[in-house]
Design a protein. Structure first.
Length: 648
């Protein structure tokens, strides 16, 4: 059991745990403010709830965070595991607990809505506030499929689409799309029967409605109403054509749900398919963000009841890629080793969820600063040119700036997924630490080399000491000498295998060449120096200099019209601009001097503010101490007043 240093409420919780029944039910963890932060179900409530507070050191970081925030727990005993499953689903929807994995908001999915009106309508909607009351069907994978289904239903049946019913037939009646119940030309009973048939189609009950239509056609033919019988026959053919397009397996698969899942450390993607008489009635995918490092089986145990309720499923069998122990057998029969048609359906569901995973990853890349397709293509080309283990999504570039050694500074920019990440830009005042120069260097060391060595050592020592991730590629704005300085600092002082490249300029100060190392990867003895055979290439583990192979620098020529050239040129121009701007600011601050800045405690900014406000030092000297206090505060006013009145 944990102690009060982890959870200050543990004494009260420990007393309460002794009273928890050993029955199936649902438990709710609450925080100190009374908010429900987690909802779960259990076959044995006492055993399950106690497990949160025991063996704390073995728990994952996310569960430890949950346990630290629990102030109280309440339980609800139910009769069966199925009741617990349904109650858990209901409470999660009601409270939206912080630590429960939730489906991504489904308001973007299209639905069909049969309105709850005396004469219903069929509407294409997306869930949001302000919709009419009624029965939802869906969600559907995309709007195109749903529009096609709506068009077919429109051709099969006549129903109103007007927002408010008038008292006489409209144009829709004249063109045969509405039977004009508003004018009493169709009884309410006949109109509601039309919507009963629409519900059957939306549920996949093609056999019943086809049998009903065929009986109607024969009855009309017996009454010699051949034109009306022909119209019904056209509706039958249309429905049979739609059924044949929708049917993907044999009609013996009558009422089955198919669920598949893919996941990584942070997200899971789930596809749900509703099968009725061999036809896919619904097929939609959704994304789940993990909260407590849940397994796929744990996620499915929570999500499947949500899908069933959402789609009003009547299936008693679910086809799954893995068993779900927490799903009561009385609730659904699990089929985790399907054959024949069911196997083909599961494979189809897995293809759907894989496509959806790629779609979500791409969308997240576009919205969260990850690589867009064109940028990713260029980063993959850069990966190939430099023999990197993966595309360099995080690139850092350095540049020095000084005037004949005066006011030396350096700038660093970071490009994330091919775009400037300005929050990660860094400025460096050069301190001139001499011991940063490699003692075995055979290069002529000048101030630029020493400055480059200093800022690279400072930057990556700090990242290493703080456990921060390293960039995928380091680019130095300079030639072979700058590259070698960077390499020696990373190798000899920090033992960090960060890939290095250089950008060289021509006589007109334009980007002209990409310089890369051949064989720059650190490897163990006897291994080839390439990324594929080197397990250390992406781990940034400390290595001895014995791991580093001899490396030579080669030039990669890129055409000025090449998109990769444009990306590298953008990086070089950006770091140059950033370093130059920092240097100008520093030089400007250092060269701004007046008699005001000679006053101890008065800096350049205060002097600037006073001069802008009062015009000159002579005018400032005429001010009283009270006037100065209004401008810069009493402490600085006293310093300025005493100094100017003493010297003038």
């Amino acid at each position: 059991m944990i102690d009060a240093s982890i959870n200050p409420h543990i004494e009260q919780i420990a007393l309460w745990l002794k009273t928890v029944p050993e029955s199936p039910g649902v438990y709710q963890h609450l925080d100190a403010e009374g908010r429900v932060i987690y909802v779960g179900k259990a076959r044995n409530l006492r055993s399950r709830v106690i497990s949160y507070f025991s063996h704390y050191d073995d728990k994952s970081a996310k569960i430890k965070m949950l346990v630290r925030n629990i102030a109280q727990t309440r339980v609800t005993v139910v009769a069966t595991e199925i009741d617990a499953l349904l109650l858990e689903n209901s409470l999660i929807k009601q409270y939206q607990p912080r630590y429960n994995s939730m489906l991504k908001d489904d308001k973007s999915y299209p639905y069909l809505l049969i309105t709850d009106e005396p004469f219903p309508r069929l509407l294409y909607v997306r869930k949001h506030a302000g919709l009419p009351r009624g029965q939802f069907f869906g969600p559907y994978p995309n709007g195109v499929i749903l529009r096609q289904l709506q068009d077919i239903i429109r051709q099969l049946f006549r129903y109103r689409t007007c927002n408010t019913m008038g008292k006489r037939p409209c144009m829709k009646h004249q063109i045969g799309l509405c039977a004009a119940p508003c004018a009493g030309l169709q009884s309410r009973e006949e109109y509601l029967q039309t919507f009963d048939n629409i519900r059957r189609i939306l549920r996949g009950d093609f056999d019943d409605i086809l049998a009903s239509l065929k009986a109607e056609m024969l009855a009309l033919a017996d009454e010699l109403r051949f034109e009306e019988a022909e119209a019904v026959k056209r509706r039958i053919r249309l429905l049979e054509e739609y059924q044949s397009r929708s049917t993907v397996v044999g009609a013996n698969v009558r009422d089955v749900d198919v669920v598949s899942i893919l996941s990584d450390e942070r997200y899971a993607w789930v596809n749900f398919m509703r099968i009725r008489n061999g036809a896919i009635i619904y097929s939609f995918s959704n994304e789940v963000r993990k909260q407590l490092d849940e397994t796929d089986a744990e996620l499915l145990a929570t999500l499947i009841p949500q899908f069933h309720q959402q789609t009003q499923s009547t299936a008693t069998e679910v086809v799954l890629p893995i068993p779900v122990p927490d799903l009561p057998p009385d609730y659904l029969q699990q089929n985790t080793a399907p054959r024949g048609d069911r196997r083909r359906l599961l494979e189809l569901s897995l293809r759907n969820v894989e496509a959806y995973r790629k779609q979500c990853t791409h969308q997240r890349a576009l919205t969260a600063g990850e690589a867009a397709p064109q940028a990713l293509k260029q980063l993959e080309r850069l990966q190939a040119l430099l023999s990197l283990p993966k595309p360099p999504m995080e690139i850092e570039c350095f540049d020095n700036s000084n005037i004949q050694g005066a006011y030396p500074v350096a700038g660093m920019v970071r490009f994330s997924a091919g775009k400037p990440n300005r929050k990660e830009y860094r400025k460096f005042n050069i301190k001139g630490t001499a011991n940063l120069r490699p003692p075995t260097s055979d290069l002529r060391i000048n101030d630029d080399y020493a400055s480059m060595a200093e800022v690279i050592e400072r930057r990556y020592r700090r990242l290493r000491d703080e456990g921060q991730p390293m960039p995928d590629l380091l680019i130095v704005d300079g030639g072979e000498g700058q590259m070698e300085m960077a390499r020696r600092v990373l190798r000899d002082q920090l033992q960090l295998p960060i890939p290095i490249a250089g950008l060289a300029k021509d006589d007109r100060h334009r980007t002209s060449r990409l310089l890369v190392y051949s064989g720059q990867w650190p490897v163990a003895s006897g291994q080839l120096a390439d990324a594929e055979t080197n397990p250390l290439a992406t781990d940034h583990q400390p290595l001895t200099t014995d791991h580093w192979p001899l490396a030579t620098i080669k030039t990669v020529q890129l055409k000025p019209t090449d998109p990769l050239f444009h990306l590298l040129e953008q990086i070089q121009n950006e770091v140059h601009r950033f370093a130059i701007t920092f240097h100008k600011d520093k030089r400007s601050r250092a060269t701004f001097r007046t008699s005001l800045t000679d006053i101890p405690g008065i800096g350049p900014q205060t002097a600037r503010d006073l001069l802008l406000r009062f015009g000159s030092v002579k005018q400032i000297a005429r001010l009283t101490e009270a006037d100065l206090a209004d401008a810069v505060g009493p402490a600085k006013a006293k310093l300025i007043f005493n100094h100017l009145n003493k010297t003038n």
